[in-house]
Design a protein around this ligand. Structure first.
Ligand SMILES: [Zn+2]
Length: 50
């Protein structure tokens, strides 16, 4: 199953949920991003685990 969840707020790419696997990320602000853009964002926020 492939379910459209939303689109990346950064590049506009469609984000899908594939068999329970989410093809992107949702931020605390309920914004959806693809993995490419999320990587750039998490770099800014400096995740202490990173
Ligand atoms: Zn993106």
């Amino acid at each position: 199953m492939k379910e459209l969840v939303g689109s990346c707020k950064c590049c506009g790419k469609d984000i899908y949920c594939l068999d329970g696997f989410f093809n992107g990320v949702i931020t605390d602000d309920k914004q959806t991003y693809c993995f490419d853009c999320q990587g750039a964002i998490s770099k800014e926020t400096e995740n202490p685990q990173g």
